[in-house]
Design a protein around this ligand. Structure first.
Ligand SMILES: Nc1ncnc2c1ncn2[C@@H]1O[C@H](COP(=O)(O)OP(=O)(O)OP(=O)(O)O)[C@@H](O)[C@H]1O
Length: 594
């Protein structure tokens, strides 16, 4: 429960919705209860008037009595109608305030979670899977909404109705009230027991359902593999098995629910019989009127609702507490990377690594070991090395996706940790190794880093990334949709759109993380040629595997197992006859063989 205290700030924010809401609950209950004594009086009126009417059988007066009788009955009928209408009106107000408030809180909470997620660093997104992140921002928030809206509304409603009805019953007749309420504790126990059962089964069904949807989603994403390995029949079998288990669980839930309602009605029936029997005795004894019996039957029916609600509301609160606990776990996480400097100086593009070491916290892999190098503004620097040697990690450190464990990274002579991160990152054009494009138009994908888009800029960036001709060949040209609702680009086209996205920013520092691997050598030369012009006077860092890509670099850094083993220009490194030369010779051999 304590986890739900987090939401109190929202209750405070929406106090002018919740306070009137609770007042409307009380008013609607008063009018709900009021119908019982009114019906009781009407009942008494009927029994009394019928006997008077019969007394005047055969007399003219009988007509007058009939008229009075029917006018009174009409009055009571109209009164009950008015009571119902007023109650309905306040029920409307109640929902309009409390349920509306719950929607506002849901909206605020979702925004709070999303904004917080965005502040957290890359490591957080690596540690937690996307499904979990999404669930906390959607499913869990929805469960919390059920607490701030329906649960609070029904708890107040139930509690007030419960005590008011019982008070009214005891004030009419203690003995009758005692007997009429006798089956109630049994009903409470049954509701509690059945509710726990329903809960367990529903949770199981929910789990099964998400397993089933993940299964379907994954299999359809990998449909090409399934078809090429002819595994359709086997996949169908697994689906049927999963689906069957979902069906079995659902059916067992239906059975419990089917038994619950008749059991509940049976107990209400017993309570009614007891009321009529004991009430009948009291009427004969003259302690109550027949109208009181009718009144009691209404009370019993009014009480059934709160008792059955009890279980449901308890579940809502328990679920909301569990969900809020999960949400709080993420909300209380502080970003590993923070930047408090508000200054926004121009970035020149000088980068210096001084004895930098870095270990990935999750795996304990020491990816960078005591690395030192200098990149001067305007230089074209290449990083090369075997797979897993730490090249991408180096790029991540330059982007400050992670902080170093020891050593210093300096940008234009200032320590990276102390400079305004948003300003710095906005000056970097980064093309990651794994291309990611949004399900949006090509134009919006290229212009992603800009707040305002001009047609000319997008086209120039596409031309510089050597993807313009491919784009204009599509029917919709730059408006072509990508992703699930649109076309699928080839690997090389994706890489070039991603390059255009980095180039359009006119960055001061450009980082290419092995993003020319799916591009043929001729196109690669075209892109590198364009880069030579665009990046004149600006810093370019190119991570690559092909020596042909990087041979013109001002400086080549050779990494191995997280350490710099060689550094220099292409010719200097060839003269050394070390690891770089070995790589060069191997690639020459491969090309000749090819
Ligand atoms: N997010 C991560 N969490 C934990 N360990 C990681 C992470 N990313 C990389 N590593 C590990 O760090 C080491 C260096 O990886 P990195 O991706 O920097 O290599 P790379 O030189 O870019 O390789 P490749 O050429 O294959 O892209 C590897 O051993 C890798 O397993």
């Amino acid at each position: 429960m304590k986890h739900l205290f987090f939401l109190n700030k929202y209750f405070y924010k929406y106090k002018w919705r919740i306070i009137p809401g609770l007042i409307f609950v009380i008013i609607s209950i008063i009018f709900q209860i009021l119908q019982a004594p009114v019906v009781g009086h009407a009942f008494n009126l009927i029994t009394e008037n019928i006997s008077i009417y019969q007394l005047f059988d055969g007399f003219d007066r009988q007509e007058v009595i009939y008229n009075i009788f029917s006018t009174n009955l009409f009055f009571f009928g109209a009164l009950i109608l008015v009571i119902y209408m007023i109650r309905g009106l306040f029920l409307f107000f109640m929902r309009q305030t409390i349920i509306l408030m719950s929607r506002h809180i849901e909206y605020d909470l979702k925004n709070e979670i999303y904004a917080h997620y965005q502040k957290l660093s890359l490591g957080f997104f690596r540690r937690n899977n996307t499904g979990d992140l999404m669930n906390r921002a959607t499913e869990d928030v929805n469960r919390v909404r059920m607490y701030v809206g329906p649960a609070i509304m029904y708890t107040t409603n139930t509690t007030i109705l419960f005590f008011t009805a019982i008070f009214f019953m005891f004030s009419v007749n203690v003995k009758l009230a005692f007997y009429a309420l006798l089956p109630l504790p049994i009903l409470v126990v049954i509701v509690y027991y059945v509710n726990t059962l329903i809960n367990q089964k529903s949770e199981k069904i929910q789990e099964q359902l998400s397993r089933l949807s993940s299964f379907v989603q994954e299999r359809f994403s990998g449909i090409r593999v399934i078809k090429s390995y002819v595994r359709e029949a086997q996949t169908q079998e697994v689906f049927e098995e999963e689906s069957n288990s979902y069906k079995t669980n659902s059916m067992s839930l239906v059975k419990v629910q089917a038994l619950f309602y008749p059991a509940m009605l049976l107990l209400v029936g017993i309570s009614t019989i007891l009321t009529i029997y004991i009430g009948g005795e009291q009427v004969i004894a003259g302690t109550i009127t027949a109208g009181n019996i009718a009144e009691f039957i209404i009370y019993i029916n009014l009480l059934t609702f709160p008792v059955t609600m009890l279980g449901w509301v308890t579940t809502l609160i328990q679920r909301a507490a569990a969900s809020q606990k999960r949400i709080n776990e993420f909300l209380k996480l502080q970003p590993d990377i923070t930047s408090n400097n508000v200054e926004k100086p121009e970035i020149e593009g000088n980068i210096s690594f001084k004895n930098v070491s870095f270990t990935y916290p999750d795996t304990g892999i020491e990816a960078i070991k005591n690395v030192s190098f200098e990149i001067k503004k305007g230089q074209f620097v290449a990083i090369i090395g075997r797979t897993g040697s730490g090249k991408s990690t180096l790029a991540n450190l330059i982007m400050r996706m992670y902080d170093t464990d020891s050593g210093k990274i300096e940008i234009d002579g200032k320590e990276l940790r102390n400079i305004n991160l948003n300003n710095y990152r906005s000056k970097i054009g980064f093309v990651p190794q794994e291309v990611f494009l949004f399900s949006d138009t090509i134009k919006n994908n290229i212009a992603f880093g800009l707040s305002e888009i001009s047609e000319g800029q997008v086209e120039t960036a596409a031309k510089n990334a050597a993807v313009y001709n491919n784009i204009v060949d599509f029917d919709q040209k730059f408006e072509t949709m990508l992703g699930e609702r649109g076309i699928t680009l080839s690997g090389g086209q994706k890489q070039r759109v991603s390059i255009a996205r980095a180039l359009i920013k006119e960055p001061k520092i450009l980082i290419f993380d092995d993003c020319l691997s799916a591009v043929d050598t001729k196109t690669e030369e075209e892109i590198l040629g364009n880069l030579g012009t665009i990046m004149k006077g600006k810093t370019s860092i190119l991570i690559a595997h092909r020596i042909s890509t990087i041979k013109n670099a001002d400086q080549i850094i050779v990494l191995d197992n997280g350490e710099i083993i060689e550094k220099g220009t292409h010719n200097e490194l060839l003269n050394k006859g070390g690891a770089y030369t070995e790589m060069f010779n191997n690639q020459l051999l491969e090309e000749e063989n090819a």
